[in-house]
Design a protein around this ligand. Structure first.
Ligand code: GDP
Length: 197
């Protein structure tokens, strides 16, 4: 179900800018261009709540959005996209420090939504991330993005293959489209199930 309200509460380049922990947090992570800002806007039913991810060389920020849903208030945390083809090693390291400084040290973090373009192969970055989160006991929901680009049958085959690649149960892998709005109810259902577990 669509959230009742959504608003940005903080944008931060490091822990000193994170909001005071309290509400349960769900982080969104994905390769740049996977469709994160589009999906986030769709999830909260707003056209332009989330910013398009910043390009290499600009400051990477984490954005915290307060989302009110029936029976629950939470923070969606938009983490900077990764995987720019030509970033320097230093920039990669900065990204890692920033992300791990959040993911590894945030008691309020209850789940991650990993975005994966339905048509793309899963990379080592994604597999490393899922393993890293599993080691820390942080549950992952995979949002397969841009599902509108495939017809129903190949979409289902891709989704099954990707779920197997990630080693995740079917209920944790949701085909979505920011373009058509498909999958939003199922995605929220998967997130709610993880938060209630
Ligand atoms: P981000 O870099 O992960 O934040 O990705 P964006 O949300 O900016 O999307 C990257 C590109 O993919 C843009 O050109 C979007 O219009 C396109 N895109 C995002 N979501 C969808 C989707 O569900 N369907 C289709 N067809 N295109 C999408």
């Amino acid at each position: 179900m669509r959230p009742r309200s959504a608003e940005i509460v903080a944008s931060a380049s490091g822990p000193e800018g994170f909001p005071r922990a309290g509400l349960p947090e769900v982080a969104l992570l994905g390769r740049s261009n996977a469709g994160k800002s589009s999906l986030l806007n769709r999830m909260v039913g707003r056209q332009r709540l989330a910013f398009a991810s910043s390009k290499p060389g600009t400051t990477r920020l984490l954005h915290f959005y307060r989302v009110e849903r029936p029976g629950r208030v939470l923070l969606l945390v938009d983490l900077p996209g990764y995987g720019w083809a030509r970033v320097s090693r230093e920039e990669r390291d900065r990204w890692r420090t920033l992300i791990e400084g959040y993911l590894g040290k945030r008691p309020a973090l209850r789940a991650c939504v990993l975005l994966q373009d339905l048509r793309r192969e899963v990379g080592d970055d994604e597999l490393d991330l899922v393993a890293w989160l599993a080691e820390r006991g942080i549950p992952v929901v995979v949002a397969l993005t841009k599902a509108d680009k495939l017809a129903a049958a190949p979409r289902r085959r891709r989704a099954e293959l990707l779920a197997a690649t990630f080693g995740l149960p079917w209920a944790r892998v949701v085909a979505t489209s920011a373009k058509t709005g498909e999958g939003m109810t199922d995605l929220w259902k998967a997130i709610d199930a993880v938060l209630e577990a």
